[in-house]
Design a protein around this ligand. Sequence first.
Ligand code: GTP
Ligand code: SPV
Ligand code: MN
Length: 601
Amino acid sequence: MRNIAPAISPPAGIGDRKPANQAVLDWVQDVAKLTQPENIFWCDGSDCENAFLIEQSLQQNVLIKLNEKKVPRSYLHRSNPNDVARVEQFTFICTPTKEEAGPTNNWSEPAEMYLKLQTMLKGAMRGRTMFVIPYIMGPADSLLTKVGFEITDSKYVVLSMRIMTRMGDVAIKRLGDDANAEWNRGVHSLLDVDPTRRFICHFPQDNAIISVGSGYGGNVLLSKKCLALRIGSYLARKQGWLAEHMLILGVESPEGKKHYVAAAFPSACGKTNFAMLIPPKHFAGWKVTTVGDDIAWMQIRDGRLSAVNPENGYFGVVPGTSYKSNPNAMKSIEHDTLYTNVALTDDGDVWWEGKDGAPPAHAIDWRGNDWTPDSKEKAAHPNSRFATPMGNNPVLDPDVEKGEGVPISAIIFGGRRSDTMPLVFQAFDWNHGVYLGATMASETTAAATGAVGQVRRDPMAMLPFCGYNIGDYFRHWIEIGKRLTNPPLIFNVNWFRKGKDRKFLWPGFGDNMRVLKWIIDRCEKSGGAVESPIGWLPSPHDVDLADLDVEHKCIVEILGIDHEEWQKELAGHQNFFESLGGVVPEELLKQREQLAARFKQ
Ligand code: GTP
Ligand code: SPV
Ligand code: MN
């Protein structure tokens, strides 16, 4: 079956980097005893190991080599068509009590789930190679950095983890040989890629993850959503820091004054694009740099929030990426990139909906079928992705490896809302900002299986990623605020509001710089705003709109609020809080009352 390849036998010197740590060796033996692989391949992350695995993947049709001239050292992978996105309904937080997992997570009793998974994993790697991947999340010299080991029977996972994490010797060295050292245990097996036997399970109290039945992205790169967000958020609460679904960007003025901003937008709602934006011509001398595009780990330093990106690469949405929308992403994925589920042109190039230029007259679509511009099906899957090392990014921030992180001046929350939410507004204070995050909503996207375009509450863009009780998570945010003497200002943005013609009112992408500039002005105490029931709103002359080809009435519409829509929104907040069954902190309930009262004034 596709993507499930037989065992490989590496030559001497490859696949034999066994760590010295006895706890790791014992765990690997236990998993091998259960899954019965043909052999064990100990990864070291080296170039020759990578070259060998790519060679094997090409032979076994796990990868297709792309045209070396057009996209050097790059490959295409096609996942099983039943396996193209995260599966939230099969994602579990298996804490000792259901209360710890809370009202927004699927929960199962840990012993029960371990037993069920062990039954599925019994003999699951027969005839296959079991890979052991050592990796760290976070810069090599950061106190926040975590060690993980992922066992997998997928070469695609190994090749992706080498891009997405700092993998190999750096992790083995960091772990050392103390058998009591803290590290994350991740087990992944494709099984038979059957959606009815697909489970992504977290055991935060054991720092363990087990993922079966999938070969796709966030389900199987256990470093990412599973460790850096779900287990990460659980550890963060215990240890007094924050693990968030946020990009981190640097923004430097022509005078050389630099701020860092973190922004939480739900899946496929614009983090990668915002993190790499190129300011419009009018903003000559302004520069945006990327620290991270998906995950931020933030700790308190000198009374401020300080953020690191735990990842080493970007697993980004491909469709819609072009030289017009995101030139820095295009340059990042021109070489040394692993593509998943895009279309393949007849000359060995990649193609997707929204790429620059005319569509090819013929291509092979993401499923492997013939495709022409007349086809009804999309050539690339809407959740097709690139995995590319952050070193490819032309605007990578120089402080991305800094262990202490970068100081955060502003936090931005934002969703995909065709109505109600204005382009940007500012919270009155920290707790009001926490309320904005807690009540965020967004239209669902192809990043998770299920209906697309349905508005749902997605607090802090963490609904699918919070590894514990969402009420405790809100409480944790409030407590962090109390410890900050110099807290970031908190904002809300919406790039996706539509007019009566159902078209986006705001051009987005590079023009989001105009909003970012207002946010920076507010941080610098120089930006104007008017007080409104929902927070500080810029009036049209507070935002730099020079050279922007948008009608004034659209600007007024997108910067404004409609009181009728907001009455519905308020009811939505109340319904959401009630649906959580009494876990919402008093402070946030009070925020809701105050918001409602401000509308009545
Ligand atoms: P994940 O990787 O799933 O967490 O997503 P992300 O938040 O990084 O989303 P990404 O930046 O990849 O954007 C997802 C989709 O939104 C793409 O199709 C983009 O083209 C589109 N998009 C991003 N920014 C904007 C914007 O400012 N305006 C509009 N209209 N679309 C945007
Ligand atoms: C997301 O869905 O938020 C992603 C993609 O970043 S995945 O890694 O597949 O979860
Ligand atoms: Mn994401």
